[in-house]
Design a protein around this ligand. Structure first.
Ligand code: CA
Length: 233
């Protein structure tokens, strides 16, 4: 099988080299760009399986690059993980809204970053999977055809909205969805200021999940995600 390819966009050469070193050790083939313009050009030319995108770059910012990648038909479907300083986390949230798949904060643990890279690439490969596909994750089966969620040996009763939220989150375990995204994609409505709808639904879902409530994690200041804890360990 051909090697999976990762485009790394990072202006700090030390960090760039650390990223590339770790990726190559995992068997990925890397392309390197030191700025946004170079990153965009390489993304179009190489069509990598994943882009690791630093947020603080000279010239075009990471969020601008993210937006451009998503608007361009050639690069629209390439998964993106943003790499950001802890203090820039709010920019990472903006990036998620623009269609990035995940983010990691510096200093990152290489092992965790590699687990995320693998997970995002895997999801990217499954991105075309149909909305009607059965999802099985951490012993939970989500069956859109039957509109059922099975946990252990019992079937949960969820409302249509609750079901769609679980389906959305579980479609990409480990990916953080903002409340705005959940509202738009699962509930089909834009989120209004001070709208607590998503939080209220998640609260009810967790209650129904009982001992499986840990499956839906709160990412403070960002939103929610379906756990991928198993994938990282
Ligand atoms: Ca930087």
């Amino acid at each position: 099988m051909a090697k999976k390819t990762v485009l790394v966009v990072e202006d700090e050469i030390d960090i760039l080299e650390i990223l590339v070193y770790n990726l190559e050790a995992e068997g990925y083939r890397c392309y390197k760009a030191l700025d946004g313009e170079g990153g965009l050009a390489l993304a179009r030319e190489k069509n990598p399986d994943l882009i690791l995108l630093d947020l603080m770059l000279p010239g075009l910012s990471g969020t601008e690059i993210c937006g451009r990648l998503r608007q361009d038909a050639l690069t629209r479907d390439i998964p993106i993980i943003m790499v950001t300083a802890k203090s820039e986390e709010s920019d990472a949230v903006v990036g998620l809204g623009l269609g990035a798949d995940d983010y990691v904060t510096k200093p990152f643990r290489p092992k965790e970053l590699m687990a995320r890279v693998a997970a995002v690439i895997r999801r990217g490969a499954n991105r075309s999977a149909s909305q009607t596909d059965r999802i099985e994750v951490n012993g939970v089966i989500i069956d859109p055809m039957r509109h059922e969620i099975c946990m252990g040996n019992h079937v949960l009763e969820l409302t249509a909205s609750e079901f769609r939220i679980v389906q959305l989150l579980a479609s990409q375990p480990g990916r953080v969805f903002t409340r705005e995204q959940i509202s738009a994609k699962a509930l089909g409505q834009p989120m209004l200021p001070s709208d607590r709808n998503v939080d209220v639904h998640v609260k009810t879902i967790r209650k129904k999940f009982e001992e499986f409530r840990y499956l839906i994690e709160t990412v403070r200041g960002v939103g929610y995600r379906f756990t991928d804890r198993k994938a990282i360990e």
